[in-house]
Write a protein that binds this ligand. Structure first.
Ligand SMILES: *Cc1c(COP(=O)(O)O)cnc(C)c1O
Length: 375
């Protein structure tokens, strides 16, 4: 059996090695490392794939969130609501911009923002909602949009874990994750579903005026060379990363399918145990399984984590500490009874190896090792 990895980037690279090597060499030979033609080509390919008017590439997914919030003109003291159970980047940029993060609990079955909790968190100071499409499926966007409309709020979708997922509206139409709210953001970190070979990110919007503002912000606030109209940042996707992404974008749907098949196989085999809850797929979203995350009950989760490591099965606890309990984001207004789901999830979740190169032999070994332990 091949050594099991949490994410097998080497195995994935081997399958496209000649094309990738050639694309990278082309960039080196052209010496157009920054703003080379690959960046524009990838941007345009991604606009077509997502069916969105504007993609603005940038340096990483954290910058993408920050720049989206800057572009919307959010100001000090504005409250921005996001999920308690997510990667810290989401809340970090809110705090960094001196906006006020307001964390809300998530749903136990989808791990995504709880709509009732969101409603309760709205105050006259609320200006934006940041739903995070966690682990590869969309938050309940129709409900989020309705609440945003009723309260005149911006919606910023953190799509770092769900690029390629489809959101299915009640009328049967669908849109790509990240293109539903006012603005969406993503990350091309190597282990994400569409990963480059370094750092990368992007911002998506259908709003022409917002796209214009954001294009200036990523480039030092310049709309005309050496005229700085607003305070901006330096956040670029470099040409080598764009070349890799341009090559991998046409493979994204098949990558997501492969992950989905692996998830179905896990789901089926774990169904024999009543101590294991497998991830559900919402009726309103496809799932691209950035993570495959189980919840275990009546099982010592930390002991299972260690047992798997002892058997050379990598696995991870995403996330071990809720954001509302992090020192940096403590707020006297938070009450533990409002975070019962997140407080439970941090003790019951365990994410298993999930990637495009996982084979049946590896999956069977992972499954048997887990079922043996929980029995
Ligand atoms: C990865 C990730 C980010 C940040 O992306 P980087 O490219 O690492 O800056 C933001 N939000 C979520 C939910 C993520 O998973």
């Amino acid at each position: 059996m091949k050594k099991i990895q949490m994410v097998d980037l080497q195995g994935q690279y081997k399958k496209i090695q000649p094309q990738v090597d050639k694309a990278i060499l082309n960039v080196i030979e052209s010496a157009a490392f920054i703003n080379g033609p690959e960046v524009k080509q990838f941007q345009s390919d991604l606009e077509t794939y997502l069916n969105v008017k504007h993609v603005i590439p940038c340096a990483n997914g954290t910058d993408a969130l920050q720049i989206a919030m800057m572009g919307l003109g959010l100001e000090q003291g504005d409250e921005v609501i996001t999920a308690d159970f997510t990667f810290a980047a989401t809340v970090e940029v809110i705090a960094l911009l001196k906006l006020t993060p307001v964390l809300v609990d998530v749903e136990a079955d989808t791990f995504n923002m709880d709509i009732d909790a969101l409603k309760k968190a709205i105050t006259p100071k609320t200006k934006a909602i940041v739903p995070v499409h966690l682990f590869g499926q969309c938050a309940n966007m129709e409900a989020v949009l309705e609440i945003a409309k009723a309260n005149n709020l911006f919606v910023i979708e953190d799509t770092a874990q769900a690029i390629g997922a489809d959101y299915i509206f009640k009328d049967g139409t669908s849109k790509k994750a990240g293109t539903i709210g006012n603005v969406g953001t993503t990350s091309f970190f190597p282990s994400k579903n569409l990963g480059c070979y370094g750092d990368g990110g992007a911002i998506f919007t259908n709003d022409d005026a917002l796209a214009h503002i954001i294009r200036g912000i990523v480039n030092h606030g310049m709309y005309k060379r050496y005229y700085h109209d607003v305070v901006g940042v330096n956040s670029r996707l470099d040409s080598m990363q764009a070349a890799v992404l341009k090559l991998k974008l046409p493979l994204l749907d098949s990558y997501c399918d492969t992950r989905r098949k692996a998830a179905e196989y896990y789901n089926d085999k774990f169904s024999v145990s009543n101590k294991i809850t497998t991830p559900i797929t919402s009726s309103f979203s496809s799932h691209v399984f950035h993570q495959y995350t189980l919840q275990v009950t009546g099982v010592d989760r930390n002991a299972l984590h260690q047992h798997l490591l002892d058997n050379n099965i990598p696995n991870a606890i995403y996330y071990p500490v809720p954001l509302h309990s992090q020192k940096a984001y403590a707020d006297k207004r938070y009450k533990e009874e409002n975070f019962t789901v997140t407080n439970t999830l941090i003790e019951t979740v365990i994410s298993l190896p999930m990637h495009t190169e996982l084979d049946i032999e590896q999956q069977n070994f992972i499954i048997e090792t887990i079922l043996d332990f929980v029995r």
